[in-house]
Design a protein around this ligand. Structure first.
Ligand code: ZN
Length: 88
């Protein structure tokens, strides 16, 4: 058997367990604010939180949801998969 296929390696490299999350504030298009947990590594939205479960300190100093982190992770991931599937 040969080693891993490139796309399999890419899949493992970009697999994320979302073990480190941070509470972020997300404002949706109609101006409603949501509190969500965002993975600090890949930017994944790990689900919303009830406002009353958000610690007061976080509410006072809200960190906006990092959409760029999420997008750049996905771009990197897509790029790696393209490399992996490119024929030589
Ligand atoms: Zn993650």
């Amino acid at each position: 058997m040969e080693g891993k296929r490139p796309w399999e390696a890419a899949q493992e490299e970009f697999a994320c367990d979302h073990t480190q999350t941070e509470i972020r504030r997300m404002t949706v298009s109609n101006g409603v604010q949501h509190w969500v947990r965002q993975c600090k590594r890949c930017g994944h939205n790990c689900g919303s939180m009830k406002r009353e479960d958000v610690p007061g300190l976080v509410r006072l100093n809200p960190v906006p949801f990092d959409e760029e982190l999420r997008q750049s992770w996905q771009e990197q991931r897509a790029g790696r998969f393209q490399q992996g599937s490119a024929r030589t």
